[in-house]
Design a protein around this ligand. Structure first.
Ligand code: FAD
Length: 404
């Protein structure tokens, strides 16, 4: 009987465990999860779950008893502390030693903290875990709080939107000139600036945060010499891949754990998926690390086949979505190719109802639909086709996407 071991109880790890059974594997499966919860997905933590409109069932992939029913051993609240590829063994922090036939590293990422004076005061938070979301919810759902968000990235912007929904005062402080500029570039980042300004957020860009101040608890953030009062400070400045296990085991690391397109690492029978994996993308012909929900979900399925020795290739077009206030957005495409691309807009930018296409020499490398629905598959087909498309037709809402 062989043993498939999964380290990490997030979306990639949980999905891989399920997919192993779905593929007909009837040997032993163990999931080792450092957090106290069964595997769960994180997008609701800054949106519906934080707001209270979605419960735990929207977050957990499956209830705890499901793992028993499917014959999966689920170890929660215990971290793996070392990986020995040569011995095919993993040691856990409680001293248990597990041997494996194949192991999946799906340890995700940890939010970065700003190295500012006062960052360790109570009331300064990051958001990654279910417990973080519960802690934030306890504060924000009361309303009337002053929330200062450091960093205008996806998580900061989503929490700002949820917090405004409860009547909290919200300020967002961003070092760059435009929010979300790293992800979307300046033109599309401005769409999100407009959205938040309209909803009463004090969004400040090109600012320098000096320190967080307070007596025993965060009470303010000093930005360019001015103190903004705060009851709560959320730091959303990105996350770092949890590569410690892989690094100590001597695996090849470069901006995450390097894998081939079948999600195999440099060590035999060791695989990686989700936020930690910098996987070779067969279409792009380069490595790509994606910190998105769909990446963890779909890589979890592909890696299960790979662990079972079946042919597998992870060639998805990266996909991301966000919901903020009344705006819903989906983005498909290759981030590395977006930087130098030209943007063609179809629809109404001011009304925030449009599709933006990033084009490189007429070929679409990414597409973002904002409050326009049921088009993502078509956008992905256009990207996949690699065909040159006349920008005037692309721009024209009367030209059906499927005829371009
Ligand atoms: P994770 O979900 O981070 O899971 C990894 C797990 O491994 C963690 O539970 C960790 O504790 C555990 N672990 C780490 N080390 C060990 C160890 N040594 N032993 C055992 N366990 C260990 N993406 C989108 O596309 N759209 C969104 O709207 C969106 N919203 C998000 C909102 C929030 C608040 C957050 C935090 C993320 C959001 N994301 C979103 C990103 C998405 O959730 C991640 O890409 C996804 O969770 C990655 O899944 P993963 O399984 O790779 O890692």
């Amino acid at each position: 009987m062989s043993h498939m071991l999964i380290i990490g109880g997030g979306l990639a790890g949980g999905t891989a465990a399920e997919a192993l059974r779905d593929e007909g594997f009837d040997g032993d499966i163990t999931v080792v999860a450092a957090e106290a919860h069964p595997p769960y997905q994180r997008p609701p933590l800054s949106k519906g779950y934080l707001a209270g409109s979605e419960g735990l069932d929207a977050v957990l992939l499956h209830p705890a008893e499901w793992y028993d029913e499917r014959g999966i051993r689920l170890i929660t609240g215990v971290a793996a502390t070392s990986l020995e590829p040569a011995a095919h063994a993993v040691e856990l922090e409680d001293g248990e030693r597990l041997t494996y036939d194949a192991v999946l590293l799906a340890t995700g990422a940890t939010p970065r903290m700003v190295p500012l004076p006062g960052h360790d005061l109570p009331g300064v938070m990051t958001l990654r875990r279910l417990d973080d979301s519960d802690e934030l919810a306890a504060q924000l759902r009361e309303g009337g709080k002053r929330l200062v968000v450091i960093g205008a990235g996806w998580i900061g912007m989503e929490v700002a939107a949820t917090a405004r929904g409860f009547g909290n005062e919200v300020a967002i402080l961003e070092r760059d000139a435009v929010p979300l500029a790293m992800a979307l570039g300046a033109e599309m980042g401005e769409v999100f600036r407009g959205l938040h300004l309209e909803h009463g957020v004090d969004l400040r860009t090109s600012v320098g945060v000096d320190r967080i101040v307070g007596e025993g608890r965060a009470e303010g953030v000093v930005v360019d010499g001015e103190t903004l009062a705060a009851d709560l400070v959320l730091v959303g400045v990105g996350a770092s891949a949890n590569t410690a296990l892989a690094e100590e085991a001597g695996l090849d690391i470069l901006n995450g754990v390097l894998t081939d397109e079948a999600l195999r690492t440099s060590a035999a029978d060791v695989f990686a998926a989700g936020d930690i994996a910098n996987a070779f993308h067969p279409v792009l012909q380069r490595h790509l690390r994606s910190e998105h929900w769909a990446n963890a979900l779909n890589a979890g399925k592909v890696v299960a086949r790979s662990m079972l020795g079946q042919p597998a290739s992870f060639d998805d077009i990266p996909y991301f979505y966000t919901d903020q206030y009344d705006l819903g957005m989906e983005l498909s495409g290759y981030a590395p190719l977006m930087t130098d691309a030209e943007i063609v807009v179809r629809g109404d930018l001011d009304a925030r109802e449009f599709i933006a296409f990033w084009t490189d020499d007429g070929r679409i490398v990414a597409g973002m639909n904002v409050n326009v629905w049921d088009v993502n598959d078509k956008v992905q087909s256009l990207i996949r086709s690699g065909a040159r498309i006349d920008p005037d037709r692309l721009r024209d809402p009367e030209a059906p996407l499927e005829d371009l």
